[in-house]
Design a protein around this ligand. Structure first.
Ligand SMILES: Nc1ncnc2c1ncn2[C@@H]1O[C@H](COP(=O)(O)OP(=O)(O)OP(=O)(O)O)[C@@H](O)[C@H]1O
Ligand SMILES: [Mg+2]
Length: 400
């Protein structure tokens, strides 16, 4: 397991691998003392080595490989997916090769592969110079989106409504070597997430972003919400779900976690956004657990180790997460509105995980969780929409 304890969620996946019978060797940047307990207590062995140095990682594993057979190389953290593929190739381990992994990392290669399969992507052109961006804008038309081909967290992503706005945005992109200029797709945004084994989907999941991620990133006053949906059979989701399966086929994905984003236009058309060969972040796997009353960390581990789930995951609830951003800068000074909301909705509130008074605020641009999170659930969707909206509007955190 590459990076078995960082980010924190990786430790739950590591623990799950061991829980289902895997013997897990960790390879990571963190000093052993910094590993979260869930990982430290379940790893059979840990190699502390710089993950940015492929040679060093290979060297460390070469020594080990003389004593044990390495059956799988797993990595669920985006920056080291290619490293994991290189290690598979070096050690002759089955699983995704570098060639197969690149389309999950490079958004241009991703869209080429998806386009070739006849799946609907936003109209797009890549560009490495200012002149090429102008030319692409001519072809794509306004409104358009300019974004890095290797972006994350909506960084350096801009909606541009006119040539005048493109003039203003271009200088902000000077440090980005290659951008994608895309048709702006208007609609709602969803994920399509899966756990797969040997090319079959063992579990799938759709999460609804409210509002769209670019809006969340632009306005600090927004309390973003993500809702894991219980019923995936409703007609509105059919197009995205089918597209999700086609995308996995087109990219030849076999075993592990995937996280796709897609748009649903007001006319119902599903449009591909992007895909990662890893789980979604920001505690989305927790939301899936609250929606199923199951353990999706373990489901992934079973898929990897045994190729099947020991029991099916049932979708019982809609589970909504609301992320809070405090008003003001500095340290949290007080929290308002929580008692009233808990009195009203308490039985449906699964998690209240807000920074305590006195804690320094987190960087809301860098971490979606921001200054804290609430998780609610209900079998019906409407109450979850209502509760997430109320927690967004009536729960206030203050800092100074
Ligand atoms: N073609 C498009 N049409 C409309 N909106 C778009 C388009 N491309 C990107 N966006 C908006 O920008 C957001 C970020 O884009 P994208 O998901 O491609 O990049 P990212 O930086 O990897 O995102 P993240 O890491 O936040 O998932 C999208 O969720 C969407 O809200
Ligand atoms: Mg995205």
């Amino acid at each position: 397991m590459v990076s078995p304890g960082y980010p924190l969620e990786m430790a739950y996946f590591t623990r799950a691998l061991a829980a289902v019978g895997g013997t897990v060797i960790g390879v990571g940047d963190q000093p052993p003392s910094a590993l979260p307990g869930e990982a430290r207590n379940t790893l059979a062995h840990y190699e502390h080595v710089s993950l940015s140095d492929e040679g060093a990682v290979r060297g460390a594993l070469q020594g080990l490989a003389r004593h044990v057979s390495i059956d799988r190389v797993e990595c669920l953290w985006e920056p080291y997916m290619i490293l994991a593929a290189q290690l598979r190739e070096s050690f002759g381990v089955p699983g995704m090769t570098v060639e197969q992994t690149v389309p999950f990392r490079d958004k241009e290669r991703m869209k080429q592969a998806i386009d070739a399969a006849g799946i609907r992507t936003p109209w797009h052109v890549s560009a490495t110079t200012v002149a090429a961006v102008w030319e692409a804008a001519e072809q794509v038309g306004y409104p358009l989106i300019v974004k890095p081909i290797a972006g994350a967290g909506s960084a350096d992503t801009y909606r541009v409504d006119s040539a005048q706005e493109l003039w203003e945005v271009l200088p902000l992109l000077r440090h980005v070597p290659e951008v994608s200029v895309e048709e702006f797709v208007d609609g709602e945004e969803f994920t399509y997430d899966t756990v797969c084994a040997d090319g079959s989907i063992l579990f799938d999941n759709i999460m609804w972003y409210r509002p769209r991620p670019l809006q969340m990133k632009m306005h600090e006053w927004i309390s973003p919400a993500s809702i894991v949906l219980r019923d995936l059979t409703v007609p509105d989701l059919g197009g995205g779900r089918q597209m999700g399966a086609e995308v996995l086929d087109a990219l030849g994905f076999r075993t592990g976690f995937t996280h796709m984003e897609w748009y649903r236009k007001s006319d119902g058309e599903a449009v591909f956004g992007e895909i990662g060969g890893r789980p979604p972040g920001a505690r989305a796997v927790d939301l899936m657990n609250y929606a199923t009353d199951g353990d999706v960390f373990v489901a992934w581990a079973e898929a990897v180790v045994h190729g099947k789930l020991s029991q099916p995951l049932e979708r019982r609830y809609n589970a909504g997460g609301v992320f809070k951003r405090a008003q003001g800068v500095g340290q949290i000074t007080h929290i308002e509105g929580l008692d009233k909301l808990l009195a009203e909705y308490g039985e449906h509130v699964m998690v209240v995980d807000l920074l305590p008074v006195g804690a320094p605020r987190r960087d809301w641009r860098a971490v979606l969780i921001s200054d804290g999170m609430i998780i609610v659930r209900h079998p019906e969707l409407q109450p979850v929409i209502e509760m997430t909206e109320r927690f967004a509007a009536e729960l206030h955190m203050y800092a100074s």
